[in-house]
Design a binder for this molecule. Structure first.
Ligand code: ARG
Length: 460
């Protein structure tokens, strides 16, 4: 196919260069947004008298028929085309003739591509948000079922203090709620129209940038045409918000992997969400969680690609920026894939409550409560801390736990100890008497769940 810009050249493009330069293999996915943008542009050209209404009508019909044909499979993308913008324009011209050639009046591919990516990513953000909301709802539902499921809480991956599984799940809900906030903010800042920026310096035609912005649902036009065509901050911002979602999913995956090991055995994945080994018959592997963890690195890579791509680019458009698409599309595809696979994996897993409870019973995770017991009876905390440490040492030597250590041993270290110490160090008491806001007490976790639901209700 002859190039649109062939007039300026005496030779055809080298085939290798053509392939190297072409972006249609990855930007074809923006066809719907390209058509939407072109229809808005043509409508504005008609309203401002730059094009005749008759031309605008055929352009609209032509573009609509192209979209229908792409979607029905009647029209396939030409791999020789330079990009989706050139492909659609050439197809339009071949269908409607001269009117098709007028569509690009007062526009450049530079503002066209900047527009298309924004329109495309705006929709993607909505999809990522919907998947994130689904995951948060699953976390809340699971948490509702596990407000009394005692498990050890960890620091340094060492058993630390008793918590409930519900509280652990709601910590993740909080993380994903912040992700939703970041995605919402990204969309707000992204939602300005670059259309009308032209190649870089706008145009001498009497276009109406406010009109195209509002036809396409933008808050308004980007206020500087150079910025309009050369800004990819929104890709980087979205890449960063997605990286955070992935980081949260990856931490969660790491825990799922640990919990599925025989060393923990807190969780049993549904057979449909686990895999076996080709050689070891006993294996049941958490491949989904491992892949999510693995793919996190790949998404970080996409973010670094975008940051590095932009760091030395002079204003305004540079072809380097064509590289934005594969990176941000990969990030978007990957996070959607991970969210939509992780959520059902979690939802269908069996929580092995008894194993969690048994693990909580080991590791002296009620030692802080034992020290607090003394403090509440007037012993200064540092002394109480030391006495409890000594008691733990005695237990370790004797193979006992604080629950099974006889009262006489307690009393030998402090006369303050009475029979009620056993009640104070009971794991359920320990978890449930942490009643501060955000704590593991049943009513406090229920409060967290209500809060999470109310955050979801207020989403925009
Ligand atoms: N395919 C190009 C891209 O993705 C479209 C913009 C081309 N503009 C240009 N001046 N060559 O960036």
């Amino acid at each position: 196919m002859a190039k649109m810009w062939a007039g300026r050249f005496k030779k055809e493009t080298d085939q290798g260069v053509n392939d190297f330069n072409s972006s249609i293999s990855f930007d074809a996915r923006m066809y719907r947004h390209d058509i939407m943008g072109s229809i808005a542009h043509a409508t504005m050209l008609g309203k401002t008298g730059i094009l005749s209404q008759a031309d605008v009508d055929v352009i609209r019909e032509g573009l609509t028929s192209i979209q229908e044909d792409i979607e029905s499979g009647a029209l396939s993308f030409d791999p020789q085309a330079e990009d989706i913008h050139m492909f659609i324009e050439a197809e339009l011209t071949s269908r409607i003739g001269d009117a098709g050639k007028r569509l690009h009046t007062a526009r450049s591919r530079n503002d066209q591509v900047a527009l298309d990516i924004r329109l495309y990513l705006r929709d993607e953000i909505d999809e990522i948000k919907a998947l994130t909301v689904k995951l948060i709802r699953t976390l809340c539902t699971m948490a509702e079922e596990h407000t009394e499921t005692i498990m050890p809480g960890y620091t340094h991956l060492q058993r630390a203090q008793p918590i409930t599984f519900a509280q652990h799940l709601m910590a993740y809900a909080g993380m994903f709620l912040r992700d939703l906030g970041r995605l919402t903010d990204t969309k707000k800042r992204m939602n300005f129209s670059p259309l009308g920026s032209g190649a870089l310096a706008g145009t001498t035609y009497p276009i109406d940038r406010n009109m195209t912005a509002s036809l396409l649902g933008f808050t308004g036009p980007v206020m500087n045409t150079l910025d309009g065509v050369s800004d990819r901050d929104f890709c980087i911002e979205l890449g960063s918000a997605i990286s955070m979602v992935m980081m949260h999913l990856s931490r969660f995956s790491e825990e799922v992997i640990l919990w599925c090991s025989w060393e923990f055995k807190f969780l049993e994945l549904d057979d449909a969400f686990a895999t076996g080994s080709s050689i070891m018959p006993q294996k049941k592997n958490p491949d989904v969680a491992e892949l999510v963890r693995g793919k996190t690195g790949r998404v970080y890579g996409d973010l670094v690609t975008l940051l590095s791509m932009m760091k030395s680019l002079p204003l305004a458009y540079n072809k380097d920026m064509q590289e934005d698409k594969e990176a941000i599309f990969d990030a978007v595809d990957t996070v959607k894939l991970c969210l939509s696979t992780f959520e059902p994996m979690l939802k269908t897993a069996t929580v092995l409550k008894d194993n969690m409870r048994a693990a909580a019973a080991k590791g002296f995770i009620n030692a802080t409560d034992c020290a607090d017991y003394l403090t509440k009876k007037g012993v200064p905390f540092r002394d109480a801390y030391k006495i409890t440490g000594t008691l733990v040492g005695i237990c370790v030597d004797k193979g006992l736990t604080l629950e099974t250590l006889p009262l006489s041993e307690y009393k030998a270290l402090s006369h303050v100890f009475e029979e009620d110490v056993y009640q104070a160090i009971d794991l359920t008491t320990c978890a449930f008497s942490r009643r501060c806001t955000g704590g593991p007490a049943k009513e406090k976790v229920e409060e967290q769940i209500r809060w999470a639901y109310s955050q979801l209700d207020q989403l925009d």
